[in-house]
Ligand binder design. Structure first.
Ligand code: GDP
Length: 441
């Protein structure tokens, strides 16, 4: 248990109808009560009260809710104060809480205390941030699954199996004169293989996890004037890019987030890829090439009323979709029977079809939308370490290596897996996870 009582604004800075200030720690009730002119608070009851300055003058009318330990988010005494959402008024109320004995919270400190008090494992703590930052329905759903323990539970199953294997192996360390009997080698080997498969199955969600958390890097390419900027504007629903019939209008890459087909796309409009003497345009084209090289999805836009213009092939590993724009104009015969999503930015037609096509391209890497829980970069790193150690342990087991060597590999796998949920809590992992949290969380 932490000795200090922390306070911070839990809602974002800025003006709103209400703001929520949060207190957590052993003095949470007394600090809040002092700030409220001595009014006592009952657990789980919202209490209307006035925050008073030292001289008794009213700073604000608020509603305070007290959650007595351990039945609170952090596991400590917590008080949430809803005050009016002005910048100055929240500052005054917060200052009053500090004057009454609270100290300012560090970013992520509420969640860190929740973790330290066993209220959350690390994957659930990370899920809270994923929920806050989710940019699409699928990302939100995956984060909610993670908060319900979808990743932690799977890791725990693997850990339980491995602890069993480690216990057997340890038994043989104590009797060095005995070899591990072949039947035991077989069964332990089978358990290790199952653990490796479970780890690999989680690892396979990493790519989907990146797409959900960071968004699908989507690059719009095509010859000048085919309607790339018009497509960007149509998809976003507002004029983000300049549309002009003068080729080379878009000189820089423009990036904008967009929710389409349940996914978050990071839409990048590129300077038209074409030869130009203009140094500014050439610079823009270099950026386009770089954006293209890192793309997850390339939308190749063509003008369906004109003959096809060859485009460079999409980068390896990226999906591509042919988008035939200007479908309101007569189709050029060269496109007859060619697959491609026909849209008209001028008429605002084809957004749905494009969304569907993108969704079906990525659903495979995202798994089934209803069950997906996708690991993040930190988890992936730990899983790779675990997989590697498991491979070594199994090879050692079948090669008749001494049990204490196998035990070292097993413990490396156990530590790596344990670091995912925070069972093995090294300070640097905790610092890394919680430092990415926002203040008041
Ligand atoms: P970009 O150079 O590829 O970014 O092309 P723009 O978006 O700037 O559009 C080039 C020209 O095509 C502009 O005059 C647009 O008004 C026109 N345009 C874009 N989409 C359509 C469409 O669906 N139908 C028709 N008829 N014209 C379009």
């Amino acid at each position: 248990m932490n000795g200090t009582t922390i306070a911070a604004r839990a809602t974002p800075d800025g003006v709103g109808a209400l703001a929520i200030l949060r207190l957590s720690g052993p003095q949470a009730h007394d600090v809040a009560s002092a700030a409220l002119g001595g009014k006592p608070l009952q657990p789980r009851l919202a209490t209307f009260a006035r925050v008073r300055a030292e001289d008794g003058s009213v700073l604000d009318e608020v509603v305070a809710t007290y959650f007595a330990a351990p039945a609170s988010f952090t596991g400590e005494d917590v008080v949430e104060i809803s005050c009016h959402g002005g910048i100055l008024v929240t500052e005054r109320v917060l200052e009053r809480l500090f004057a009454c004995g609270a100290v300012p919270a560090e970013p992520g400190e509420f969640s860190r205390r929740a973790f330290e008090n066993g209220k959350l494992d690390l994957t659930r703590a990370e899920a809270i941030m994923d929920i806050i930052h989710a940019g699409s329905d699928l990302a939100l759903r995956a984060a909610q699954h993670q908060l319900q323990g979808a990743i932690a539970d799977r890791v725990q199953v693997t850990l339980d199996g491995l602890i069993d294997v480690a216990a057997h192996v340890t038994a043989y360390i104590d009797f060095p004169e005995e070899d591990i009997p072949p039947a035991t080698v077989e069964s332990l080997g089978g358990q290790l293989q199952a653990a490796e498969e479970q780890v690999n199955a989680l690892l396979a969600t990493a790519e989907g996890g990146r797409l959900l958390r960071e968004g699908v890097r989507t690059v719009i390419v095509g010859a000048p004037n085919v309607g790339k900027s018009s497509l960007l504007n149509m998809l976003l629903g507002y004029d983000r890019a300049i549309v002009s019939d003068r080729a080379g209008t878009t000189r820089d890459t423009i990036e904008a987030p967009l929710s389409l087909g349940g996914l978050c796309l990071r839409l990048i409009d590129t300077a038209g890829l074409h030869s130009s003497e203009d140094s500014l345009e050439q610079c823009g084209m270099e950026r386009s090439r770089r954006a293209l090289a890192a793309a997850d999805l390339v939308l190749e836009v063509a003008d369906v009323s004109q003959p096809p213009v060859p485009l460079p092939p999409p980068p390896p590993g990226a999906h591509s979709l042919l988008v035939l724009n200007k479908a309101d104009l007569p189709e050029h015969p060269a496109w007859a029977g060619k697959p491609g999503i026909r849209i008209s930015c001028a008429q605002g037609r084809g957004r749905e079809d494009l969304g569907q096509a993108i969704r079906s391209l990525f659903l495979r890497s995202l798994g089934e939308a209803d069950t997906v829980a996708a690991v993040n970069t930190r988890h992936r790193f730990a899983l790779q370490q675990a997989a590697e150690a498991l491979r070594r342990a199994r090879a050692g087991l079948f090669a008749g290596e001494s049990p204490d060597l196998i035990d070292i590999d097993l413990h490396e796998a156990l530590d790596a897996l344990g670091s995912i949920t925070g069972r093995v809590d090294t300070e640097d992992i905790l610092d890394r996870v919680f430092s990415t949290f926002c203040l008041g969380k």
